[in-house]
Structure formats: C-alpha cells, structure tokens
Ligand binder design. Structure first.
Ligand code: CA
Length: 241
C-alpha cells in the first residue's frame, strides 16, 4: 500500500501494480501517483488476486516473474471473469512470455527497462480505450446471462428477461465489477445517485426479485452472491444464499 502525501480526487482511477522487485515497484508507484492515479501495490501474484477480490481496480500493471502465483497465471485468472485492462511488464528475453500474456488476455505490454513516463502514458491510453468500450456499451456476458447496457436488455440463455429499472441497475453495477463485493449503501447510492438514504433493506428486496428472474434456482443463487454482513457480488465461488 502507498502512503502518499497528497490526497487524490475521489474519482481517481485505481491502478494495481504487481511487481516483486521493490526498486521497480517504487518507481512505477511514484510515476503513476504523479500522473494522478490512486496506486495500490502487491509484491506477489496471490496477493494481487486477493487485492482484486476486495477492491475496485481500474487497471493492472503486472510483472510476469512473481513469487506465489506467476504473472501469466495471474493474468489467466483475472481474465476468467474480469475485463479490467492488464499491462504486462516483461523483461528483455521474455518475448515468449509476453506473447503468451497477450494470448491470455493482457491488453498491452511494456518491456523493461522502461521510462516511468512512458508507462504512465500507456496506462492512460489503455484506460481511455477501456472507457470507450464501456461507453460504446459492449455487452457483458457471464454464465448464461448477457447484459446490454445500451439497449438495457438482459437475456438468460438467449431469452429476454424483463427487469425493473432498479433491478437492471443493480445487476449492471454488480456485473461491471464481477466478484467485487458491493455494500447495500453503495448499491443504494448508485440507484439514487446519492440523493436518497432510505431503507437499505429495499436493496435486498430488489436482489430477491432479480434472483427470481435470472437465477436458475433463486433459493440457491449462483450469479448474485450474498456476502454475509457486507453485501452482494456478481459471480465468485462460495454462495451463502
Ligand atoms: Ca519479477
């Protein structure tokens, strides 16, 4: 974690830097911090995956040679259920790994040694591209569900499912950051754009209805997961109902 002196704007994009070599990690962290990003760091592959589980991350800068779980495997696991942009840091002589990384779904790569400024501009370019995709409303697919954010259409196994405004907004919010846990407050805030703080249990009611519409078995939900004492998440392993 960084202990930066200047507080970032609340909407600063959050970048996860995964690099075990402290000197490089520090340089990257400094460069991205200077460029106005909120930077979170991890020095192991498994730690990086843990960070992605609990935090909303907008882009990942990923070294390949890592202790714990190596970078290629981290890349593969991220891509199993997330569309967050990934920039690979590869050393000279790791050409094959770089190619594998791109095949595993990384978006871009930067070869060491690199200039911190160049890396920062690549981060910006990749975030811009990702934002364009979102703005263009690329459909989100997960399991047998397809969500079209522009047409506001949800299909389950190719069949349209009718959702209310609130149900759709909750589903889209959860599905856009799969496996991230959202609190009831966050979902309520999203629904009401921060202008209403009512009964948080209404979120539970929307989710119950949503499950009845999109889950194969609403009593054993697989898509929208309850995280006891916290809130809800889309996808992930354990389901506590
Ligand atoms: Ca390394």
């Amino acid at each position: 974690m960084s202990d930066k002196p200047v507080p970032k704007a609340p909407m600063a994009e959050r970048i996860l830097v995964v690099e075990d070599e402290e000197s490089i990690r520090t340089i990257v962290e400094y460069a991205l911090d200077e460029a106005g990003f909120d930077v979170v760091t991890a020095d192991r592959g498994d730690t990086a995956l843990e960070v992605l589980e609990r935090e909303s991350i907008d882009l990942v800068v990923l070294d390949l040679m890592l202790p714990g779980i190596d970078g290629l495997e981290v890349c593969r696991r991220i891509r199993a259920d997330r569309s967050v942009p990934i920039i690979i840091l590869s050393a000279k002589g790791e050409e094959l790994d770089k190619v594998l990384g791109l095949e595993l779904g990384a978006d871009d790569y930067v070869t060491k040694p690199f200039s911190p400024r160049e890396l920062a501009s690549r981060v910006k370019a990749n975030l811009r591209r990702a934002k364009l995709d979102t703005d263009r409303g690329a459909p989100i697919r997960a399991a047998d569900i397809e969500i079209d954010p522009v047409a506001r259409v949800v299909k389950r196994d190719g069949e349209s499912v009718h959702l209310t405004y609130s149900e759709f907004e909750i589903l889209l919010k959860l599905a856009q950051s799969q496996r991230r846990v959202f609190t009831r407050e966050e979902l309520m805030n999203h629904l009401w754009k921060g202008s209403f703080y009512g009964d948080l249990r209404s979120v539970d009611v929307h989710v119950r209805h949503l499950r009845q519409k999109i889950e194969l078995d609403a009593s054993d939900p697989r898509l929208i997961r309850t995280v006891r004492g916290v809130g809800y998440a889309f996808g992930g392993e354990e389901s506590e109902g």
